[in-house]
Design a protein around this ligand. Structure first.
Ligand SMILES: [Zn+2]
Length: 327
């Protein structure tokens, strides 16, 4: 068979790849420090800075150390952090989550006092605070929806009262965005945005996070509220609903195995989209990097640019500080 083209007719794509300057001129996606939200873990106590074994470079920190770390985040020009709390006491109803002097409430006050400009987002869920490690109230083998939502709304309110700039419900119970919005508005927090973990999948990539947040369920799993990794249309339905309920930013979590979802959401909605580059995605790169199997920095930047290229407007990532130092 004869070739259907002649070499003189071939389009020379390589022309625009011949130098760094040329490549930079035609680059379609660029990372910026403004893209990042840095996740942090607060623990009660003093002088604590424990590295999480499965997440090198990530720490559980007591409040004063957390504030120092936030200062570094700000100096690097990263606009926002998201806080997770590890309480000293857990119970069936996760009361540490909505206690006025809970660990997160203390952390918010301390950070906002020193660094009022830093955007402090708070994770709103109960799993770090319940003795059984589930995201809501458990009755028998069932995780109750509406009763749990009430507590989440209460938690979000205490975060706003402590000075949080944004709340981020991560539970995936039905109706929680609407209820949180209502409770915030009733208490004059009409200006506090909600970043909704709108399409959160039941994922194996959360493993190291559960070490970090000490939130592994004591029995069962999260498949009755988080989404099946096989589904894409369902993500659209979840997101539509959260937007209707009042979400200001919608999130897809995890990021790397769900780039198609991020792209689809970007094409179907005009909302700001966040993507969570989760603990397992971080740990895999760290581990392979430490073993010399991959070039850690290069792979990190490639992963982050892929998440942005897929359509994320902001990326929650443990790599935030490392990435900004390279930009
Ligand atoms: Zn949870």
């Amino acid at each position: 068979m004869k070739p259907s083209f002649q070499i003189k007719d071939v389009k020379r794509f390589r022309r625009l790849r011949m130098s760094g300057a040329l490549r930079s001129m035609v680059r379609e996606t660029e990372l910026s420090k403004n893209d990042f939200i840095y996740p942090m873990f607060a623990v009660t106590g003093k002088g604590i800075k424990n590295e999480i074994k499965s997440m090198p470079g990530v720490y559980q920190q007591s409040v004063e150390n957390l504030v120092c770390d936030c200062e570094e985040v700000m100096k690097l020009g990263i606009p926002a952090v998201i806080l997770f709390g590890i309480p000293d006491h857990k119970d069936e109803r996760g009361s540490g989550a909505y206690a006025e002097d809970g660990i997160i409430q203390q952390a918010i006050r301390a950070i906002k006092k020193e660094l009022p400009e830093l955007v402090v987002i708070t994770d709103v869920c109960l799993c770090e605070y319940t003795s059984h490690g589930h995201c809501g109230i458990v009755q028998g083998n069932e995780i109750l929806n509406d009763e749990s939502v009430e507590l989440l709304a209460k938690e979000a309110l205490t975060h706003a009262q402590a000075g949080a700039d944004m709340v981020a419900p991560s539970d995936m119970f039905d109706g929680r965005v609407a209820r949180i919005r209502q409770v915030l508005d009733e208490h004059s927090f009409i200006h506090i945005p909600i970043m909704s973990y709108a399409a959160k999948y039941a994922s194996g990539f959360y493993g190291p996070f559960r070490d970090a947040a000490e939130s592994t369920p004591k029995f069962g799993d999260r498949k009755s509220h988080q989404m099946d990794p096989a589904n894409s249309n369902e993500a659209i339905r979840e997101i539509e609903q959260d937007i209707r309920e009042g979400a200001d930013i919608i999130m897809v979590k995890p990021a790397l195995s769900y780039l198609d979802i991020i792209r689809r959401v970007k094409d179907e909605f005009t909302m700001p989209i966040a993507a969570y580059n989760v603990s397992g995605e971080y740990s895999m790169i760290k581990a392979a990097g430490r073993n010399g199997w991959i070039d850690e920095e290069r792979v990190m930047m490639e992963v982050l640019i892929s998440i942005k290229r897929a359509g994320a407007d902001m990326i929650l990532t443990y790599f935030a500080k490392d990435a900004v130092k390279l930009l």
